[in-house]
Write a protein of this length. Structure first.
Length: 69
């Protein structure tokens, strides 16, 4: 996906949506991409959170600073 950078994978879809909304409220373009992979015959579901490449650093600060609360 050109122009977008994956910032994290989140297993909980609801939490992923909350993080996307948090970023959007702070003026950062973010989108979610659901994925399903199989590793060692165990199904792992997750949602990848992407942000625009130029906004990656500020999004990282905002997300990880917010987790400490």
């Amino acid at each position: 996906m050109e122009g977008w950078k994956k910032i994290m994978t989140i297993k909980d879809n609801y939490l992923a949506e909350l993080k996307r909304v948090l970023l959007n409220k702070n003026g950062i373009e973010a989108m979610l991409l659901n994925k399903k992979t199989e590793a060692m015959k165990v199904s792992l579901n997750g949602t990848d959170l992407y942000v625009k490449e130029g906004q990656f650093e500020i999004a990282s600060i905002l997300l990880f600073e917010n987790e400490e609360d």
